[in-house]
Design a protein around this ligand. Structure first.
Ligand code: IMP
Ligand code: MG
Length: 180
């Protein structure tokens, strides 16, 4: 029988189960171990959504890696430019590092564009993107994710770190919005 969860006013049905997520993370970890052999790898987890993916991916990768966490905040500044973006919590020294941005989902790709713009300032050796989910139909960004867990259709999903109005992040699986 179809597994359904209710979050706030909406219903979601099971879309990617836990073993499938974990198997894919294992595959990604092997690819990353190969691609970053003998390189200083720094994972930068974009909070809040990527916390669960980053934790499981970091555990699956063997060898010395650094893990750091940032949050993208946009606030309305007092300047006439209006909206200013900043990365909160970036303490790691990025000089000469191979930075891998860890995202839960790349949708339009605009968040990733902002993050890369802000990280480039810190002069890392290079920057790539690893996202658990990617919605190719919604993408209008400048930077394609190099490592993708699953390509998914342009439908709203929750679970495994992703929220619907702050609920659903603790689900072990990924659920897709049910049509009304
Ligand atoms: P983007 O800037 O459009 O690529 O989207 C970035 C952020 O929007 C993601 O990091 C998520 O936090 C959120 N987001 C996009 N699609 C979904 C979804 O289907 N479910 C939950 N959050 C989403
Ligand atoms: Mg997010």
């Amino acid at each position: 029988m179809e597994k359904v969860v209710a979050i706030h006013d909406k219903k979601f049905s099971l879309y990617i189960d836990e073993p499938t997520i974990q198997r894919r993370i294992n595959e990604l970890s092997h690819t990353l171990e190969k691609d970053y052999r003998n390189k200083d790898l720094l994972l930068i987890c974009i909070l809040n959504g990527a916390f669960m993916f980053a934790a499981d991916l970091a555990k699956a990768i063997e060898g010395d890696i650094e893990v750091s966490f940032v949050k993208v905040s946009s606030y309305v500044g007092t300047e006439s430019t209006g909206k200013v973006d900043e990365l909160i919590g970036l303490t790691a020294d990025l000089k000469g590092k191979h930075v891998l941005i860890i995202e839960d989902i790349v949708d339009t790709g605009l968040t990733i564009d902002k993050v890369i713009f802000l990280l480039q300032d810190k002069k890392p050796e290079n920057i790539e993107i690893c996202t658990l989910l990617y919605k190719p139909e919604a993408f209008v960004g400048k930077h394609l994710p190099k490592y993708v867990g699953f390509d998914i259709p342009n439908k709203f999903v929750v679970g495994y770190g992703l929220d619907y109005n702050e609920l659903g992040r603790n689900l072990k699986e990924i659920y897709q919005l049910k049509p009304e």
